[in-house]
Design a protein around this ligand. Structure first.
Ligand SMILES: C[S@@+](CC[C@H](N)C(=O)[O-])C[C@H]1O[C@@H](n2cnc3c(N)ncnc32)[C@H](O)[C@@H]1O
Length: 364
C-alpha cells in the first residue's frame, strides 16, 4: 500500500504542479468564488449556508448506496436505481443535486454520467479518498459538528456529543478508528508527494514520522527517497494496522512520553493541529529531546491565513474545533513561538502543492 503512486492517482493531475502554481490556481478559484457569492442576494446566501448540510449528507448517501462503483458509464436513472437497489425517484433527486456539485453529470437525455470526482470516490481508487467519506460520514463526526458552539462545552464538542475526547473514544470504537486511519492515509499519500517535491532531502537517510498513523505517508515517501529508511511512531492500536514496506519500521509509543532518538528528519504531519498549545509543546519537547546535532523537524499543518479564505484550511480549523479539545490551525508566527518555547528554531517554511505548509525546525 502507498507505493508507486502518481500525481494522477492522488490528485487527478498528470504532474504535481509546483506549490506556487497550485496556490495561484487557488487564488483564482477564491476570487471567482467571491464574485459568485457577491452576486447572490442576502437571503440566498443565508439559505445556501444553511443548506450546506445537504452537501455532506447527499455525498455520503450516494457513496453508501454504491453509486460511484455502479456508475462506470452513462446510464439511465432507472438502470442505476436497479443496480444500487434504490428508489428511482429519490435517487434522481439526489443525483440532480450531485450534478450541481460536479460529483456526477446528468445529460440532456436524463442519463447520469461519471465525472473525475466519481472516479475518485470509488472504493478501489488508489488515491483512497473514499476513506474520507467513510470517516466524515460517521455519526460521531456529524454529532460533534452539531455540538459546535461559540460557548464550547468543557472538553470540546466531540466529548460533549460522544462522551469522551476523540482519541479516547476511538479506543472503544476500533472500526471507527480504522476509518479515521484510512482517511489519514489518503491525505498522507498526498502529503508524501508534496513533501518529496518541496523539501530538500539531500543527506536524509533516516526519517521518523511521529503520529504518522498507519505509515502510508512514510511508505509513499520512502518510495520516492530510495536511500532512506523510516520509522512510524503511533499509538499501539494504530500500529497494529500499519502498512508494510521493506524500509519501514512501525513502532508503538506515546509521543507525549518519548520519541525515539537518532533520526535525521522528524515529521509531525497534521498532528500539532489536534492539540492546544500546551499539549503541542509537550509533543515538541519529546521530539526536541530525541533530536541530535544535525537533526531537523518538519511540521506540516494547514495554514491559518491572515485573511480568511474559502479553502480547506479554514474548514480544517473549524473541524479541529469540533473534533479536538483545543486543536487549531496556526500561522508561521505561532509555530515559531511554539518552537522557541521548547528550544527549536524555525529555519524555513515551504508551501506544499496541497496548500499546507511545511515548517522546518532545528535545535537552537
Ligand atoms: C490527524 S492524525 C495524522 C496522521 C498522519 N500524520 C497523517 O498526516 O496522515 C493524528 C495522529 O496522531 C496519532 N496520535 C494521537 N495521540 C498520539 C500519541 N499520544 N502518541 C502518538 N501518536 C498519537 C493518532 O493516532 C493519529 O494517527
Amino acid at each position: 500500500m502507498g507505493r508507486d503512486l502518481t500525481p494522477q492517482d492522488v490528485l487527478g493531475v498528470p504532474m504535481l504542479p509546483p506549490a506556487g502554481v497550485a496556490a495561484a490556481g487557488n487564488r483564482v478559484r477564491e476570487r471567482l468564488g467571491r464574485v459568485h457569492r457577491s452576486m447572490a442576494p442576502p437571503p440566498v446566501t443565508i439559505l445556501e449556508g444553511l443548506f450546506g448540510l445537504l452537501d455532506h449528507r447527499v455525498l455520503v448517501a450516494l457513496c453508501e448506496a454504491g453509486v460511484p462503483e455502479a456508475l462506470t458509464r452513462p446510464i439511465s436513472i432507472t438502470d442505476l436505481a436497479q443496480r444500487v437497489d434504490a428508489d428511482p425517484e429519490i435517487l434522481e433527486r439526489l443525483l440532480r443535486f450531485a450534478a450541481t456539485r460536479g460529483w456526477v453529470r446528468v445529460d440532456r437525455r436524463g442519463r447520469v454520467k461519471p465525472t473525475r470526482v466519481t472516479e475518485f470516490l470509488r472504493l478501489d481508487h488508489p488515491g483512497r479518498w473514499r476513506n474520507w467519506v467513510e470517516f466524515a460520514g460517521g455519526a460521531e463526526v456529524v454529532s460533534a459538528v452539531q455540538a459546535l458552539d461559540v460557548r464550547p462545552a468543557t472538553g470540546g464538542a466531540f466529548a460533549a456529543a460522544n462522551g469522551a475526547p476523540f482519541f479516547d473514544w476511538m479506543v472503544d470504537h476500533p472500526d471507527r478508528w480504522a476509518a479515521f486511519d484510512g482517511a489519514m492515509a489518503a491525505g498522507g499519500q498526498m502529503h508524501a508527494l508534496g513533501l518529496a517535491a518541496a523539501v530538500d532531502w539531500t543527506g536524509t537517510r533516516t526519517i521518523c514520522d511521529v503520529g504518522g498513523g498507519t505509515g502510508d505517508l512514510l511508505a509513499t515517501l520512502l518510495e520516492l527517497l530510495p536511500e532512506a529508511d523510516g520509522t512510524v511512531l503511533d499509538l499501539p492500536q494504530v500500529i497494529e494496522r500499519a502498512t508494510q514496506h521493506p524500509r519501514l519500521t512501525a513502532m508503538a509509543g506515546d509521543a507525549f512520553e518519548q520519541v525515539p532518538a537518532g533520526f535525521h528528519t522528524y515529521l509531525l504531519v497534521n498532528v500539532l493541529h489536534d492539540w492546544n498549545d500546551d499539549a503541542a509543546a509537550r509533543i515538541l519537547v519529546c521530539v526536541a529531546t530525541a533530536m541530535g546535532a544535525g537533526s531537523r523537524l518538519i511540521v506540516v499543518d494547514s495554514e491559518r491565513t491572515a485573511q480568511p479564505r474559502a479553502d480547506i484550511a479554514t474548514s480544517a480549523d473549524v473541524l479541529m474545533a469540533a473534533l479536538t479539545p483545543g486543536g487549531k490551525e496556526r500561522d508561521a508566527d505561532a509555530f515559531a513561538e511554539l518552537g522557541r518555547g521548547v528550544g527549536l528554531v524555525l529555519d524555513r517554511t515551504a508551501r506544499l502543492t496541497s496548500g499546507d505548509v511545511a515548517h522546518q525546525f532545528s535545535l537552537a
